[in-house]
Design a protein around this ligand. Structure first.
Ligand SMILES: C[S@@+](CC[C@H](N)C(=O)[O-])C[C@H]1O[C@@H](n2cnc3c(N)ncnc32)[C@H](O)[C@@H]1O
Length: 256
């Protein structure tokens, strides 16, 4: 049941806040990675696409984009934005642990710690197997994840922070970490003024940290061959023990 009841009312706050900046940045950095690995994708699948910022940016660049997400509320915002911008993006409600595509895409992406929402190793494995099914031979998968260091140290540096404090809204984040399970809990509380009334919204998000080894084992099982692992997408440097977020690039290989 964990993580099933999230990105509901918070979806609207997410789309209006600074959060989508991250995936917009990814759409700017992506072309250099595609050049580096000599991939010229036409069809892109963005898993856990959220409110669609990345998918829309890629559609503007002329790619055929499909986005999937579990949250109906995030997808509703994505659809509204797609319509408003008169773009064509296929948006489907799907759980990334059971992707239902076969050999359609040259590129699959997953941004902004979405994979950390998978709390069981089996779920990560199933997601990678689904990505592999969705990819054409030679196609690539690019994703980022928060590291165990990021969740256990960086996230805990300020156990309570005010994320946004604007006249009609106050957003507070509180975090804790379970070192046995490598699971960080983020409690989001938002007070939002609607007409003259303040409304309170609470959501609890859980993110699991995986070792690089665990991630690599799941990639391996899905015939996804790692071709890069970076601690920064801008400088493409290797991760260090104090890296908070890692980016992986993996290529679909032939079945063994
Ligand atoms: C931090 S948001 C990132 C959204 C988007 N990728 C971005 O960069 O803005 C995490 C997203 O993962 C989605 N998500 C979490 N678990 C999921 C699952 N099992 N299947 C599909 N989507 C999931 C949430 O609904 C949410 O939209």
């Amino acid at each position: 049941m964990e993580n099933k009841n999230i990105y509901k009312e918070f979806a609207h706050i997410y789309s209006k806040g600074q959060y989508p900046e991250y995936s917009r940045k990814m759409s700017e950095l992506l072309p250099s990675i595609l050049r580096q690995f000599k991939v010229t994708p036409k069809k892109i699948l963005d898993i856990a696409c959220g409110e669609g910022s990345f998918a829309l940016e890629m559609a503007i660049k002329g790619f055929q984009v499909t986005g999937i997400d579990r949250s109906a509320d995030m997808l509703r915002i994505a659809r509204k934005k797609t319509k408003k911008k008169k773009l064509k993006v296929k948006l489907i409600q799907q759980d990334m642990c059971s992707l239902k595509f076969s050999e359609e895409f040259n590129l699959v992406t997953c941004w902004f710690d979405s994979l950390n929402y998978l709390l069981e190793n089996k779920d990560l494995e199933n997601t990678f197997l689904g990505v592999s099914r969705a990819l054409k031979e030679g196609g690539i998968f690019i994703f980022d994840m928060n590291t165990i260091y990021g969740l256990s140290v960086q996230w805990q540096e300020n156990p309570s922070t005010v994320e946004q404090d604007i006249p009609r809204m106050l957003e507070i984040h509180q975090t804790k970490y379970n070192p046995k399970e490598h699971i960080a809990t983020l409690k989001i509380t938002v007070f939002i003024k609607k007409n003259e009334e303040w409304i309170r919204i609470d959501e609890v998000h859980k993110e699991r940290g995986y070792t690089l080894n665990e991630i690599r084992q799941c990639l391996n099982k899905a015939n996804l061959k790692e071709i890069a692992c970076w601690g920064s997408l801008g400088s493409k440097t290797e991760p260090t023990p104090k890296t908070g977020r890692v980016w992986f690039v993996a290529r679909k290989t032939e079945d063994r």
